[in-house]
Write a protein that binds this ligand. Structure first.
Ligand code: PBG
Length: 341
């Protein structure tokens, strides 16, 4: 066996050397396959009735905002080029009941926020959640049966249709059913069309998993009671994290029922579902990088264990690479700022 005395003695005969395209910054730029653009970002925002902006403990940088502060925040997002915001209400406990009656109030907080936003920042698309969880005392996304052991599907869908119509009347661009009841997309589409709201789009939370990553959000909007402190969890309507085929099946049902967007939620732990849905569906695929994904990156960075910006940017790039067309992310504003230079 020949000894390697000099480095030139050892040479691989390789016509294909992938590293050639990684040698310089300009070669790497030409080889880059995926980008996160500001147009891909949707900012979830929490609105509250009144008072100063309040930080959400487990989500550094996120605040509950009154309507005036919400409008100011949205002006800034629009000026950065962010195309849309998703509004979630933090309801006063006194307005919650078992039926989520406040969701049917034509002057409820969310609707006033939508009217203010459409008047003040008309170019920004506004998305509203269609689900009862901010309004129910038990925190579930729908109406419970008599003994509180099950969320009633069809009765909940009737309430969601009512909510979606109120939101459309307030001028919202996109309604986003996040409840995971069966048949709600088709029922909402029909309710909207029957009343002339043919151009109100539907972003369906299609593959929404029963995930531990929602914890910080439930603190933010105060729907924590359903997260495990009641006997009934959300796994009778949200999807089993183990299931891939079921996720695609349910999303394609939503598409058939008229969804304009199908969503996968959470995002980071479900990149395989995002990819498979992008390949299977013909409509725009949204991914929701949820509160727990955001909190995780912040927590590790605070401990000095991860580089904050690099981890944040890599998390979003991975979601794009998996196939998401748009990303709901609490990082939207800071990333839009960075992209704007
Ligand atoms: C429920 C809803 C949830 C989120 C938004 N709307 C999940 C839940 O409480 O089950 C989670 C968002 C996040 O974690 O960022 N309608």
């Amino acid at each position: 066996m020949k000894r390697f005395d000099k480095t030139e003695d050892f040479k691989l005969d390789l016509p294909r050397r992938p590293r050639r395209m990684r040698r310089t910054a300009s070669l790497r730029a030409m080889a880059q396959e995926t980008y996160v653009r500001v147009e891909d970002l949707i900012a979830p925002l929490i609105v509250k009735e009144s008072g100063e902006k309040e930080p959400v403990g487990s989500m550094p940088g996120l605040y509950r905002l009154n309507i005036d502060d919400l409008v100011a925040e949205c002006r800034e997002l629009a000026s950065l080029g962010v195309p849309a915001v998703a509004i979630f209400p933090n309801m006063d406990a006194s307005l919650k009941d078992a039926l989520g009656s406040e969701a049917g109030n034509p002057d409820t907080l969310t609707l006033r926020a939508v009217r203010a936003l459409k008047a003040e920042v008309p170019g920004l698309s506004v998305i509203t959640d269609v689900a009862l969880d901010p309004y129910t005392s038990h925190g579930h996304d729908g109406v419970l049966n008599k003994d509180g052991s099950y969320v009633l599907n069809d009765e909940t869908v009737r309430r969601l249709c009512e909510m979606a119509v109120l939101q459309a009347e307030a001028g919202v661009d996109i309604v986003a059913p996040s409840d995971m009841m069966d048949g709600r997309v088709g029922a909402i589409r029909k309710a909207l069309d029957d009343r002339g709201f043919i151009d109100t789009a539907i972003m369906a939370y299609s593959a929404k998993f029963a995930s531990a990553y929602y914890g910080p959000y439930r603190e933010a909007v105060g729907s924590a009671s359903a997260a495990g402190t009641t006997l009934l969890g959300k796994e009778t309507y949200q999807m089993n994290p183990a299931n891939r085929r079921e996720a695609i099946m349910d999303a394609l049902l939503d598409e058939d029922e008229g969804a304009d967007f199908v969503m996968v939620k959470p995002a980071g732990a479900y990149l395989d579902i995002i990819r498979e849905l992008r390949d299977a569906s013909q409509v725009t695929v949204a991914a929701y990088q949820v509160s727990g994904e955001y909190a995780q990156i912040h927590a590790a960075a605070q401990l000095g264990w991860l580089d904050y910006e690099k981890t944040r940017d890599e998390s979003l790039l991975a979601i794009k690479r998996a196939g998401a067309d748009v990303i709901l992310t609490y990082f939207a504003k800071e990333v839009a700022r960075k992209l704007k230079g």
